[in-house]
Design a protein around this ligand. Structure first.
Ligand SMILES: [Zn+2]
Length: 335
């Protein structure tokens, strides 16, 4: 982590006003030997005060956050701000313009590459710039996600448990301010664990949350409205944009992801037929879905059963399935 980032920008983070430029990620290709990848970045600053770092498009095929942050970047005027708002609505821009989860340049999964590498591929360089340049400027971090093409996701805010009591309290305050109907804590087992953007923020003691707002690589109106309202509430509560219009939250229900313990993985290849919806409460032993196989067309489909009770947090969106695909993930109330 001692290496200096090769990424640069035309933005001076200490200058007041609204400035739009790029995180300029050097990338040498057949078509452009000395070129850079333009990752859109907006900085809105007005004097001293806390800094909010807001990102979306970490995975390219997750759209609610991308639109919510474009709307916000247009809306906020410098005179509305007390401190600084840094907005990156398409953090892995090559993945965003390709409509993919991963970058087409290096197959990089940005949310599995933290803390990044100053001299790695373009995706690792983006992670390293966030880690080494943007995190030190930031007092809170929100990284907006959705289910993407492969998952049907119940709209929730997600956060890590925090490294200690102080960290946990800061994260809890951020979840309360964001005010999504459901706030889920997770250690990311079965997912990104310590390699995600919000896990990297946790390591630095910066309160961070992420969100899963929609499904299947399309736009959820409900997810978009949760994102728009949540970000505005956070900016208001933390005094960064004190007078921004923000709808009142009707409170958040604190949940815990069961991670691998509450997951059903495909035991083989086939066609996945889910029998329950996201957000549905399920009981231990309840039938979750069927897996139909072409190997033995006359055999009964494999019956998938929940091993524990809970509420369906997400399920596989795609029907065509291979062994090891995550088909269901459950959450439970956090006592
Ligand atoms: Zn994502």
């Amino acid at each position: 982590m001692s290496a200096t980032s090769r990424v640069w920008t035309g933005i001076n983070f200490e200058q007041d006003g609204k400035h739009s430029d790029y995180m300029r990620v050097p990338f040498s290709s057949d078509k452009s030997a000395y070129g850079w990848i333009p990752i859109p970045m907006i900085c809105i600053r007005n004097g001293d005060g806390p800094t909010a770092l807001l990102t979306a498009g970490n995975h390219g095929d997750e759209y609610e956050g991308q639109i919510a942050l474009l709307n916000l970047a247009r809306e906020i005027r410098p005179e509305d701000v007390r401190g600084r708002v840094i907005i990156l609505p398409a953090l892995n821009y090559p993945a965003v313009v390709a409509g993919r989860r991963l970058s087409p340049l290096d197959d990089g999964n940005l949310n599995r590459l933290f803390p990044g590498d100053a001299n790695g591929g373009p995706t690792a360089m983006i992670a390293h710039y966030v880690e080494s340049v943007l995190f030190p400027l930031s007092d809170l971090v929100i990284d907006l996600h959705s289910g993407g093409k492969s998952l049907d996701h119940y709209p929730v805010a997600l956060a890590r448990p925090g490294l200690d009591k102080t960290g946990a309290a800061k994260i809890h305050s951020l979840l309360e301010a964001f005010g999504a109907p459901y706030s889920v804590t997770t250690k990311g087992e079965g997912g990104g664990a310590g390699t995600t953007l919000y896990a990297a923020a946790e390591q630095r003691g910066i309160p961070a949350l992420t969100a899963e707002l929609g499904s299947g690589g399309t736009l959820s109106a409900r997810g978009l409205s949760i994102a728009e309202a949540g970000i505005r509430r956070v900016l208001k509560v933390y005094g960064i944009v004190p007078n921004i219009a923000a709808p009142t939250s009707s409170g958040t229900r604190l949940m815990r992801s069961l991670s691998r313990d509450g997951s059903i993985y495909a035991p083989g290849a086939g066609l996945f037929e889910p029998l329950v919806e996201c957000g549905e409460s399920v009981s231990k032993g309840q039938k979750a879905g069927l897996l139909h196989s072409f190997d033995e067309p006359l055999a009964e489909p494999i019956s998938l059963v929940f091993a524990t009770e809970g509420t369906v947090l997400c399920r596989r969106f795609l029907t065509l399935t291979e062994r090891g695909d995550c088909l269901f993930l459950l959450m439970v109330d956090d006592e």
